[in-house]
Design a protein around this ligand. Structure first.
Ligand SMILES: [Zn+2]
Length: 330
């Protein structure tokens, strides 16, 4: 969902969080957040955030200034961090307490700083590219080959009005396929009025998960996960996953921005359709440290999910998708 969501809000969602029963009674069961954005804080956009703020999407008038489609009517907004250090310190403390690993894309210097502060292997760097204008294929391949980046994402051609199967991106996906690098592609969500407010090239139609089919056909060994689970196109998402056995999704962004009942209906539908082993936990974390607990609480409190299904979403599915050694994360 990225930068378009900076116009925002929160409250504390105090989910009851399961703890492991093994020899470390105080150690939290591991959680992998597959969708974190590393960025330097921009005070101009460091607004507080109400979770599920898209519960009201009023219309506007094109002759009036662009509307700010947010719901600020919540008792305890999530506070935006005031500095890079505050954000990092808070993130590290939460990751340690909740036994978390994150996949982080964005500013490489921020990612390196997080890696130094976190336990080894707990911050997995990801490189995002959404247009061939951002980086040559050679430079991109070199970045992947360096060994620093383990993942490609967030790739968001939708914000350029492009399909993920657009051939201008094909050589980048070919490089990822060749190097066994999993790829995360933004599909679906953009926030309310994103075209009017911040992203004129964005096209809702380019978020249709079925647009991935040509790309997947061209690159049969490419591992793709659909970021934001293609929200709100659940039927297309189910059709795509049914036909393509290696496609996974994450629930980032949508899990804390769209109406909570809608979020739960969407996740429930995916699970009900048989895809509980292909849903990964993610936040789209940007500048609000408590967003982690808020988003985790949604899954923890989902009464339509069993304990095992929650563990799959929080951990097991990501271990499988990213080919991780789970013993290193327990
Ligand atoms: Zn996104």
């Amino acid at each position: 969902m990225r930068l378009s969501l900076f116009l925002i809000v929160l409250f504390f969602f105090s989910g009851v969080i399961a703890r492991s029963q093994d020899s470390s009674p105080n150690k939290h069961l591991p959680i992998i957040d597959v969708h974190v954005h590393a960025m330097k804080l921009n005070p101009a956009f460091a607004n507080d955030l109400c979770p599920w703020f898209l519960s009201s999407m009023p219309g506007g008038d094109p002759n009036q200034p662009a509307p700010i489609f947010i719901n600020t009517d919540c008792a305890m907004p999530l506070k935006a961090a005031k500095s890079d250090k505050e954000f990092q310190d808070s993130l590290m403390a939460t990751m340690k307490r909740l036994n978390m690993t994150i996949i982080a894309s964005g500013d490489a210097s921020v990612i390196r700083s997080w890696q130094k502060a976190a336990a080894p292997g707990r911050v997995i760097p990801s490189i995002g590219i959404s247009s061939s204008k951002e980086m040559t294929v050679v430079a991109f391949t070199d970045s992947l080959s360096s060994g620093f980046y383990k993942v490609m994402g967030e790739t968001a051609p939708q914000y350029q009005g492009m399909s993920p199967s657009d051939t201008s991106l094909d050589a980048y996906f070919a490089a990822a396929e060749k190097l066994n690098i999993p790829v995360g592609i933004h599909m679906g969500t953009g926030g309310n009025g994103t075209i009017n407010i911040t992203n004129p090239k964005y096209r809702a139609s380019m978020g249709n998960p079925l647009l991935l089919e040509d790309l997947l056909a061209r690159h049969p060994k490419l591992k793709v996960w659909v970021m934001h689970a293609g929200y709100p196109m659940v039927d297309e998402m189910i059709a795509l996953m049914g036909a393509n056995a290696y496609v996974y999704v994450d629930v980032a962004g949508m899990i804390w921005s769209y109406p909570l009942a809608e979020v739960n209906d969407y996740i429930k539908r995916l699970v009900q359709a048989g895809f509980g082993k292909r849903i990964m936990y993610g936040t789209d974390l940007m500048i609000w440290p408590k967003l982690l607990e808020t988003s985790i609480g949604v899954i923890e409190n989902a009464n339509y999910l069993s304990f095992d299904q929650k563990r799959d979403i929080f951990f097991n599915n990501a271990v499988r998708f990213f080919r991780l050694d789970e013993t290193k994360y327990k």
